[in-house]
Write a new protein. Sequence first.
Length: 510
Amino acid sequence: MVHPAVLAQEFDYLVTKCRIIDGTGNPWFRADVGIREGRIAAIGNLSSRAAQQFLDGRDRILAPGFIDVHTHIENAVEKNPRADNFLLDGVTTVVTGNCGASKIDLDFWFAELQGLGLGINVATLVGHNAVRRQVVGLADRAASDEEIQEMRRLVESAMKAGAVGFSTGLLYIPGTYAGTEEVEALAQVAARFGGVYASHIRNQGPRLDESILEAAQIGRRNRMPVQISHLKVKGKNRWGTIGDTLRLIEGLRKEGLEITVDAYPYPRASSSLGIYLPSWALAGSPEAVLARLRDQDTRRKIIEGMKELLAVQGFTDYSFATVASFKADPSLEGKTISEINRLRGRESTLSAERDTVLEMLEQGGASMIYHYMSQDDVDTIYRYAGTAVASDGGIITPGIGKPHPRSYGTNARVFAEYVRERGILTLEEAVRRMTSLPAQVFGLEDRGLVRQGMRADLVLFDPASVQDTASFPEPHQYSLGFDFVWVNGVPAVSEGFITDQPAGQVVQRQ
């Protein structure tokens, strides 16, 4: 016979009368869930069982905590470890280190994170740009054999520390200067440890399919899973062709390559102002870049490259480019390059707008929001079963700049618009894209499902009331409707409010 004192503490929390969406994509079912010592201890009719705390689910949806596999939280989590913007959007775990940008000394960084009081779980990739910057610097050249060996050593060290894979940002400096062979050699190291290859591919416009095939080659030769980061078609000239790209990806899967994608549910992206310059112009130190901009002959060559980059995407001006953050003049945040050009007293010509872009780069550059995607293409990507929901966002300090609203409202937007309003996804499928799919791809074996024994990362919500409130004009707005969020069995959000009970953990490759 069980002693009554033991029975009284059978569960730490007992959530009753829920509709459970377990993360598999299967239809919801009614059940209770018992949580004990950070894990899901029981699922079923638990009405006669004991617990320290009870919560009436009131027929709301209980789902696994959302896993955001494409984030950039380095140098922000240290300042805001609670990560309110993610928690209030139902996110319990993030994968950072994307686009080739990561911390390198992961043993040190993980120890630092564990001492911060994390609000969410954090896993990371090791980034190609980070290791190349440390070994080769920002030079526009191939790495030597000795440098490749040193970069391989850094990747191996990060994988031993628990990185979940290797990432590239082949659009960005300095990764764009590396050939396929270099990337393949580094990815090979991550593959030995069971890591995934996550790639911001070289080109998302006219050479989109070619760039996906490069990522596929790296994955195939190293026998490792491939994740195409924030899949999109960039530029008017290719809008409407994403279906062809998805058929290419599905063909690769039929050939045996484990390849999936992630995407954010917005037709606008966010990146630096410099991506609309030819990559050679950005090599080296900030002083070297500035010298090129000020040398008239080199400046003319840069302008020719800018013309080509814009024309190949089908844009005739820079009205699609909005400033998110500009330290030199924050009053320009939220304005397009075309608007800023007029504010500076220049003619409304493409030539004058290029001068404005170069002038802003000379003043330190800016973070931008680019409306270079079509909503129809985003919808098509979201209809594809291999697409995980991801924000490409970071931990945000409220009120600073005009950031992309995806850092606040990605998951709520999917439920409100893609499920409830437009029916592009079913509720169960949307949850799968946020939970078991990313957990499977990135090897998070004890998260992503509502199953006995799994980590008690859970979200309770009413799908009829979930709403993203962050917008491009007013991005600093938290999502509404994710009433309760548990991280490792501890309530991080209660009745829609942060509890300030940090229970996040560093998640290392298993």
